[in-house]
Design a binder for this molecule. Structure first.
Ligand SMILES: CC(C)(COP(=O)(O)OP(=O)(O)OC[C@H]1O[C@@H](n2cnc3c(N)ncnc32)[C@H](O)[C@@H]1OP(=O)(O)O)[C@@H](O)C(=O)NCCC(=O)NCCS
Length: 165
């Protein structure tokens, strides 16, 4: 039911996600140590690891009744050829815990598999470890890898989780 009301569209305009980011101020303060602004929006749409082309990146808006209520940022073929790295999955606070994160990932996974990728990868920042439960519930497992994490003002660690599709 909810599934049929959601739609997913590629995002390319940083101003279109600013309100969404501002509604999740707490999240950005927790992992970046700053409030989100237009630079945060640009970074979500365009920033990528060294050696990754812009064509490998796809940031998708999650829309409910034409209103943007979330986004998923993905990097295809990173760090391995058949892996898709989820840079961010963000659902607006008013819509959390209603199944939208799970439904969105299910939809995105369908397209990802169709394109020949077999693994999803996510890094969970230590200060946001509470969301590991969400990723576990949708089939991700801890790989045991712990990496250095450098947010704008926060230096910490992140745990890598993966899901085989
Ligand atoms: C993490 C996030 C994307 C989850 O989206 P959501 O739409 O709230 O998740 P769902 O409603 O689909 O939840 C699916 C399951 O995960 C559980 N879950 C979701 N968020 C959780 C949390 N923070 N802690 C524990 N369990 C959680 C739900 O209870 C649900 O469990 P159930 O199937 O047993 O009922 C959302 O909370 C969010 O945008 N958080 C801020 C950004 C963020 O931290 N992103 C992840 C970066 S690693």
């Amino acid at each position: 039911m909810l599934e049929s009301l959601l739609c997913f569209k590629h995002l390319s305009d940083e101003s279109s996600i600013l309100n969404l980011l501002e509604s999740s101020k707490d999240y950005f303060e927790t992992i970046e140590g700053i409030s989100p602004d237009i630079n945060t929006a640009c970074s979500i749409l365009y920033h990528r690891p060294p050696g990754v082309n812009l064509s490998q990146k796809n940031t998708v808006g999650i829309f409910y009744n034409q209103i943007i209520i979330g986004l998923a940022d993905m990097i295809f073929g990173y760090p391995k050829t058949h892996t898709v790295y989820i840079g961010l999955l963000l659902i607006s606070p008013n819509y959390r815990k209603t199944g939208i994160g799970r439904i969105s990932m299910r939809e995105l996974e369908r397209h990802i598999v169709e394109q020949g990728y077999d693994t999803l990868r996510i890094a969970v920042v230590r200060s946001n470890a509470v969301v590991k439960e969400f990723w576990r519930k949708i089939g991700f497992i801890e790989t045991g890898e712990v990496k250095e994490y450098r947010g704008t003002r926060i230096y910490s660690t992140c745990e890598i989780m993966e899901k085989t599709l």
